[in-house]
Write a protein that binds this ligand. Structure first.
Ligand code: UD2
Length: 314
Protein backbone atom coordinates (compact mmCIF):
# COMPACT_ATOMS: atom_id res chain seq x y z
CA UNK A 1 0.00 0.00 0.00
CA UNK A 2 1.24 3.52 -0.84
CA UNK A 3 2.74 5.63 1.92
CA UNK A 4 1.25 9.10 2.40
CA UNK A 5 2.78 11.83 4.52
CA UNK A 6 1.08 15.00 5.71
CA UNK A 7 3.36 17.65 7.20
CA UNK A 8 1.43 19.75 9.68
CA UNK A 9 -1.01 16.85 9.85
CA UNK A 10 -1.98 17.57 13.46
CA UNK A 11 -2.98 21.10 12.53
CA UNK A 12 -6.30 22.52 11.45
CA UNK A 13 -6.10 21.98 7.68
CA UNK A 14 -3.57 19.13 7.81
CA UNK A 15 -5.80 16.99 10.03
CA UNK A 16 -8.58 17.47 7.48
CA UNK A 17 -6.27 16.25 4.73
CA UNK A 18 -5.44 13.20 6.89
CA UNK A 19 -9.17 12.45 7.27
CA UNK A 20 -9.80 12.93 3.54
CA UNK A 21 -7.00 10.47 2.75
CA UNK A 22 -8.39 7.90 5.17
CA UNK A 23 -11.95 8.44 3.88
CA UNK A 24 -10.70 7.75 0.38
CA UNK A 25 -9.06 4.48 1.39
CA UNK A 26 -5.47 5.38 2.29
CA UNK A 27 -5.56 2.90 5.18
CA UNK A 28 -2.76 4.61 7.08
CA UNK A 29 -1.23 8.10 7.05
CA UNK A 30 2.09 9.41 8.39
CA UNK A 31 2.04 12.83 10.00
CA UNK A 32 5.03 15.11 10.55
CA UNK A 33 4.21 17.71 13.18
CA UNK A 34 6.14 19.46 15.96
CA UNK A 35 2.87 20.16 17.80
CA UNK A 36 3.68 23.86 18.01
CA UNK A 37 0.28 24.90 16.68
CA UNK A 38 -1.05 21.39 16.01
CA UNK A 39 -2.70 19.11 18.57
CA UNK A 40 -2.83 15.34 18.91
CA UNK A 41 -6.51 15.71 19.77
CA UNK A 42 -7.11 16.90 16.18
CA UNK A 43 -6.45 13.30 15.14
CA UNK A 44 -8.15 11.66 18.10
CA UNK A 45 -10.66 9.34 16.45
CA UNK A 46 -8.28 8.37 13.63
CA UNK A 47 -5.19 7.93 15.83
CA UNK A 48 -4.97 4.19 15.20
CA UNK A 49 -4.57 4.85 11.47
CA UNK A 50 -1.95 7.56 11.94
CA UNK A 51 1.76 7.46 12.73
CA UNK A 52 2.79 10.77 14.28
CA UNK A 53 6.43 11.75 13.71
CA UNK A 54 7.06 14.53 16.19
CA UNK A 55 9.54 16.34 14.00
CA UNK A 56 10.17 20.01 13.28
CA UNK A 57 10.55 20.62 9.54
CA UNK A 58 13.70 22.64 10.28
CA UNK A 59 15.31 19.26 11.10
CA UNK A 60 16.23 17.88 7.68
CA UNK A 61 17.35 14.42 8.84
CA UNK A 62 14.18 13.96 10.87
CA UNK A 63 12.02 15.01 7.93
CA UNK A 64 13.90 12.72 5.55
CA UNK A 65 13.56 9.70 7.83
CA UNK A 66 9.80 10.25 8.17
CA UNK A 67 9.29 10.80 4.44
CA UNK A 68 11.45 7.89 3.22
CA UNK A 69 9.36 5.45 1.18
CA UNK A 70 6.45 7.84 0.65
CA UNK A 71 4.71 8.12 -2.69
CA UNK A 72 2.81 11.33 -1.97
CA UNK A 73 3.49 14.14 0.46
CA UNK A 74 1.13 16.94 1.46
CA UNK A 75 3.17 19.84 2.80
CA UNK A 76 1.05 21.93 5.16
CA UNK A 77 3.43 22.53 8.07
CA UNK A 78 4.01 26.27 8.45
CA UNK A 79 3.77 29.24 10.77
CA UNK A 80 0.67 30.50 9.02
CA UNK A 81 0.14 34.11 10.00
CA UNK A 82 0.71 37.50 8.41
CA UNK A 83 1.01 39.43 11.73
CA UNK A 84 3.17 36.76 13.36
CA UNK A 85 5.61 36.96 10.45
CA UNK A 86 5.94 40.68 11.19
CA UNK A 87 6.19 40.30 14.98
CA UNK A 88 8.57 37.30 14.83
CA UNK A 89 10.11 37.20 11.35
CA UNK A 90 12.96 34.81 12.11
CA UNK A 91 11.08 31.62 13.10
CA UNK A 92 8.53 32.38 10.43
CA UNK A 93 11.27 32.58 7.80
CA UNK A 94 13.05 29.48 9.07
CA UNK A 95 9.96 27.30 9.13
CA UNK A 96 8.22 28.60 6.02
CA UNK A 97 11.26 28.84 3.75
CA UNK A 98 14.05 26.66 5.19
CA UNK A 99 11.57 24.05 6.42
CA UNK A 100 9.82 23.95 3.07
CA UNK A 101 13.15 23.55 1.31
CA UNK A 102 13.92 20.62 3.64
CA UNK A 103 10.62 18.95 2.77
CA UNK A 104 11.18 19.28 -0.99
CA UNK A 105 14.79 18.15 -0.66
CA UNK A 106 13.77 15.10 1.39
CA UNK A 107 11.09 14.30 -1.21
CA UNK A 108 13.57 14.58 -4.08
CA UNK A 109 16.24 12.52 -2.33
CA UNK A 110 13.89 9.71 -1.31
CA UNK A 111 12.04 9.41 -4.63
CA UNK A 112 8.64 10.82 -3.63
CA UNK A 113 6.43 11.01 -6.69
CA UNK A 114 4.36 14.07 -5.87
CA UNK A 115 4.16 16.79 -3.26
CA UNK A 116 1.19 19.10 -2.84
CA UNK A 117 2.22 22.41 -1.25
CA UNK A 118 -0.01 24.71 0.79
CA UNK A 119 0.69 28.11 -0.74
CA UNK A 120 -1.22 31.26 0.16
CA UNK A 121 -3.51 33.78 -1.49
CA UNK A 122 -1.46 36.41 0.33
CA UNK A 123 1.07 36.10 -2.52
CA UNK A 124 -1.15 38.35 -4.65
CA UNK A 125 -1.10 41.33 -2.33
CA UNK A 126 -3.42 44.15 -3.39
CA UNK A 127 -4.33 43.72 -7.05
CA UNK A 128 -6.21 46.27 -9.11
CA UNK A 129 -8.47 43.58 -10.51
CA UNK A 130 -10.66 40.96 -8.85
CA UNK A 131 -10.95 38.01 -8.86
CA UNK A 132 -7.30 37.11 -8.59
CA UNK A 133 -5.88 34.94 -11.35
CA UNK A 134 -2.74 32.81 -11.18
CA UNK A 135 -1.22 34.74 -14.11
CA UNK A 136 -1.11 38.00 -12.10
CA UNK A 137 2.29 39.24 -10.95
CA UNK A 138 2.65 38.45 -7.21
CA UNK A 139 2.99 41.44 -4.89
CA UNK A 140 3.60 40.07 -1.38
CA UNK A 141 2.91 42.60 1.37
CA UNK A 142 4.29 40.71 4.38
CA UNK A 143 7.14 38.34 5.26
CA UNK A 144 4.58 35.52 5.41
CA UNK A 145 3.36 36.26 1.88
CA UNK A 146 6.93 36.40 0.58
CA UNK A 147 7.80 33.15 2.35
CA UNK A 148 4.82 31.30 0.96
CA UNK A 149 5.64 32.61 -2.50
CA UNK A 150 9.20 31.34 -2.18
CA UNK A 151 7.74 27.90 -1.48
CA UNK A 152 5.91 28.09 -4.81
CA UNK A 153 9.07 29.05 -6.65
CA UNK A 154 10.94 26.20 -5.03
CA UNK A 155 8.11 23.83 -5.98
CA UNK A 156 8.51 24.83 -9.59
CA UNK A 157 12.32 24.59 -9.46
CA UNK A 158 12.31 21.20 -7.73
CA UNK A 159 10.11 20.04 -10.58
CA UNK A 160 12.23 21.48 -13.39
CA UNK A 161 15.65 20.68 -11.90
CA UNK A 162 15.04 17.52 -9.85
CA UNK A 163 11.95 15.97 -11.46
CA UNK A 164 9.82 16.23 -8.29
CA UNK A 165 6.14 16.57 -9.18
CA UNK A 166 5.32 19.53 -6.96
CA UNK A 167 1.95 21.29 -7.18
CA UNK A 168 1.19 24.50 -5.28
CA UNK A 169 -2.31 25.41 -4.10
CA UNK A 170 -2.91 28.98 -2.99
CA UNK A 171 -5.28 28.57 -0.05
CA UNK A 172 -7.82 31.38 0.35
CA UNK A 173 -8.72 32.01 4.02
CA UNK A 174 -9.65 28.51 5.05
CA UNK A 175 -12.08 28.07 7.96
CA UNK A 176 -13.95 25.24 9.63
CA UNK A 177 -13.87 22.79 12.55
CA UNK A 178 -10.59 22.50 14.50
CA UNK A 179 -9.27 25.94 13.63
CA UNK A 180 -7.66 27.03 16.89
CA UNK A 181 -9.24 30.27 18.14
CA UNK A 182 -6.98 30.70 21.17
CA UNK A 183 -4.22 32.92 19.78
CA UNK A 184 -4.26 36.57 18.69
CA UNK A 185 -2.87 35.19 15.40
CA UNK A 186 -5.85 32.86 14.90
CA UNK A 187 -7.94 33.01 11.74
CA UNK A 188 -10.67 35.63 11.98
CA UNK A 189 -13.60 33.22 11.66
CA UNK A 190 -12.36 31.08 14.54
CA UNK A 191 -12.17 34.27 16.62
CA UNK A 192 -15.69 35.23 15.48
CA UNK A 193 -16.99 31.81 16.55
CA UNK A 194 -15.44 32.08 20.00
CA UNK A 195 -16.81 35.61 20.46
CA UNK A 196 -20.28 34.48 19.42
CA UNK A 197 -20.30 31.59 21.84
CA UNK A 198 -18.97 33.71 24.71
CA UNK A 199 -21.26 36.66 23.89
CA UNK A 200 -18.31 39.00 23.31
CA UNK A 201 -17.72 41.66 20.64
CA UNK A 202 -14.90 40.95 18.19
CA UNK A 203 -12.38 43.62 17.24
CA UNK A 204 -12.24 44.34 13.53
CA UNK A 205 -8.93 45.72 12.31
CA UNK A 206 -9.71 48.68 10.07
CA UNK A 207 -13.25 49.47 8.95
CA UNK A 208 -14.30 45.83 8.56
CA UNK A 209 -14.85 46.47 4.85
CA UNK A 210 -11.95 44.25 3.79
CA UNK A 211 -13.11 41.17 1.90
CA UNK A 212 -12.05 37.55 2.00
CA UNK A 213 -12.85 34.46 -0.08
CA UNK A 214 -13.62 32.25 2.92
CA UNK A 215 -13.17 28.61 1.92
CA UNK A 216 -14.45 25.66 3.90
CA UNK A 217 -11.75 23.27 5.06
CA UNK A 218 -13.30 20.10 3.57
CA UNK A 219 -13.30 21.72 0.13
CA UNK A 220 -9.63 22.55 0.46
CA UNK A 221 -8.72 19.09 1.75
CA UNK A 222 -10.62 17.54 -1.17
CA UNK A 223 -8.72 19.74 -3.59
CA UNK A 224 -5.39 18.67 -2.07
CA UNK A 225 -6.25 15.07 -2.90
CA UNK A 226 -7.32 15.98 -6.42
CA UNK A 227 -4.05 17.85 -6.92
CA UNK A 228 -2.15 14.77 -5.80
CA UNK A 229 -3.72 12.76 -8.64
CA UNK A 230 -4.25 15.16 -11.56
CA UNK A 231 -2.03 14.83 -14.59
CA UNK A 232 -0.12 17.63 -16.31
CA UNK A 233 -0.09 19.87 -13.24
CA UNK A 234 3.42 19.39 -11.85
CA UNK A 235 5.32 22.63 -11.31
CA UNK A 236 2.11 24.68 -11.48
CA UNK A 237 0.20 26.95 -9.08
CA UNK A 238 -3.57 26.92 -8.55
CA UNK A 239 -6.00 28.99 -6.54
CA UNK A 240 -7.76 26.99 -3.84
CA UNK A 241 -10.70 29.26 -3.12
CA UNK A 242 -14.44 29.43 -3.43
CA UNK A 243 -14.70 32.30 -5.90
CA UNK A 244 -16.71 34.59 -3.60
CA UNK A 245 -15.83 37.42 -1.28
CA UNK A 246 -17.49 38.85 1.80
CA UNK A 247 -16.61 41.76 4.05
CA UNK A 248 -15.86 41.04 7.69
CA UNK A 249 -18.78 43.30 8.59
CA UNK A 250 -21.11 41.13 6.48
CA UNK A 251 -19.90 37.87 7.98
CA UNK A 252 -20.17 39.12 11.56
CA UNK A 253 -23.66 40.45 10.81
CA UNK A 254 -24.69 37.07 9.35
CA UNK A 255 -23.42 35.28 12.45
CA UNK A 256 -25.33 37.64 14.74
CA UNK A 257 -28.50 37.19 12.67
CA UNK A 258 -28.30 33.40 12.75
CA UNK A 259 -27.93 33.43 16.53
CA UNK A 260 -30.43 36.24 17.10
CA UNK A 261 -27.96 38.40 19.04
CA UNK A 262 -26.69 41.96 18.70
CA UNK A 263 -23.01 42.47 19.47
CA UNK A 264 -21.67 45.52 17.65
CA UNK A 265 -17.98 44.98 16.85
CA UNK A 266 -15.17 47.13 18.17
CA UNK A 267 -12.92 48.67 15.54
CA UNK A 268 -9.14 48.95 15.87
CA UNK A 269 -6.26 50.11 13.70
CA UNK A 270 -5.63 48.28 10.42
CA UNK A 271 -3.09 45.48 10.59
CA UNK A 272 0.32 45.91 8.91
CA UNK A 273 0.69 43.71 5.85
CA UNK A 274 -3.07 43.20 5.54
CA UNK A 275 -4.53 42.66 2.08
CA UNK A 276 -7.69 44.69 1.41
CA UNK A 277 -9.64 42.40 -0.93
CA UNK A 278 -9.33 38.74 -1.74
CA UNK A 279 -11.29 36.60 -4.17
CA UNK A 280 -10.14 33.60 -6.18
CA UNK A 281 -10.61 32.99 -9.85
CA UNK A 282 -11.19 29.23 -9.74
CA UNK A 283 -11.19 28.62 -13.51
CA UNK A 284 -7.81 26.88 -13.68
CA UNK A 285 -8.43 24.73 -10.60
CA UNK A 286 -11.83 23.65 -11.93
CA UNK A 287 -10.42 22.87 -15.37
CA UNK A 288 -7.16 21.12 -14.43
CA UNK A 289 -7.87 19.67 -10.98
CA UNK A 290 -11.62 19.09 -11.03
CA UNK A 291 -12.13 21.60 -8.21
CA UNK A 292 -15.79 21.60 -7.20
CA UNK A 293 -16.36 23.41 -3.89
CA UNK A 294 -19.40 21.97 -2.10
CA UNK A 295 -19.91 24.39 0.77
CA UNK A 296 -21.53 27.81 0.58
CA UNK A 297 -20.43 30.27 3.25
CA UNK A 298 -23.81 29.90 5.00
CA UNK A 299 -23.50 26.12 5.16
CA UNK A 300 -19.84 26.23 6.18
CA UNK A 301 -20.53 28.75 8.94
CA UNK A 302 -23.37 26.61 10.26
CA UNK A 303 -21.22 23.46 10.40
CA UNK A 304 -18.35 25.39 11.93
CA UNK A 305 -20.51 27.02 14.58
CA UNK A 306 -22.01 23.63 15.52
CA UNK A 307 -18.53 22.22 15.95
CA UNK A 308 -17.30 25.11 18.11
CA UNK A 309 -20.41 24.93 20.20
CA UNK A 310 -19.92 21.26 20.95
CA UNK A 311 -16.17 21.52 21.51
CA UNK A 312 -15.83 24.87 23.31
CA UNK A 313 -18.89 24.49 25.51
CA UNK A 314 -18.29 20.81 26.29
C1 UD2 B 1 -3.82 35.27 5.09
C2 UD2 B 1 -4.14 34.77 3.68
C3 UD2 B 1 -4.75 33.37 3.75
C4 UD2 B 1 -3.89 32.41 4.57
C5 UD2 B 1 -3.71 33.03 5.95
C6 UD2 B 1 -2.87 32.20 6.90
C7 UD2 B 1 -4.75 36.84 2.52
C8 UD2 B 1 -5.81 37.60 1.80
N1 UD2 B 1 -5.09 35.65 3.04
O1 UD2 B 1 -5.04 35.42 5.77
O2 UD2 B 1 -4.91 32.86 2.43
O3 UD2 B 1 -2.66 32.17 3.96
O4 UD2 B 1 -3.05 34.31 5.81
O5 UD2 B 1 -2.94 32.80 8.15
O6 UD2 B 1 -3.63 37.29 2.61
N2 UD2 B 1 -9.01 40.37 11.55
C9 UD2 B 1 -9.81 41.15 12.34
N3 UD2 B 1 -9.94 40.80 13.66
C10 UD2 B 1 -9.29 39.72 14.19
C11 UD2 B 1 -8.49 38.93 13.36
C12 UD2 B 1 -8.37 39.29 12.03
O7 UD2 B 1 -10.39 42.15 11.91
O8 UD2 B 1 -9.44 39.47 15.40
C13 UD2 B 1 -8.92 40.72 10.12
C14 UD2 B 1 -7.52 40.83 9.57
O9 UD2 B 1 -6.97 42.11 9.76
C15 UD2 B 1 -7.77 40.50 8.10
C16 UD2 B 1 -8.94 39.51 8.14
O10 UD2 B 1 -9.54 39.67 9.42
O11 UD2 B 1 -8.17 41.66 7.39
C17 UD2 B 1 -8.51 38.08 8.00
O12 UD2 B 1 -7.43 37.84 8.88
P1 UD2 B 1 -6.88 36.37 9.13
O13 UD2 B 1 -5.77 36.46 10.11
O14 UD2 B 1 -7.99 35.45 9.42
O15 UD2 B 1 -6.34 35.94 7.71
P2 UD2 B 1 -5.49 36.73 6.56
O16 UD2 B 1 -6.42 37.45 5.68
O17 UD2 B 1 -4.32 37.41 7.15
Amino acid sequence: MSKYVVTGGAGFIGSSVVRALLDQGAGHVHVIDNLLTGYEKNLEEVARQVTLHRVDIRDFEGVKAAIAGAEKVFHLAAIPSVPKSIDEPVPSHEVNIDGTFNVYRACAETGVKRVVYAASSSAYGDTEVLPKVETMVPQPLSPYAAQKLMGEYYASVFHSCFGLEAVALRFFNVYGPRQDPSSPYSGVLSIFMKCLIEGRRPTLFGDGGQTRDFTYVADVAGLCLKASRASGVAGKVYNAGNGNRYTLNEVWQTLQDTQGVTLAPNYGPSRAGDVRDSQADTTAAVRDLGHAPQYSLAEGLRLTFDWYKSSLVA
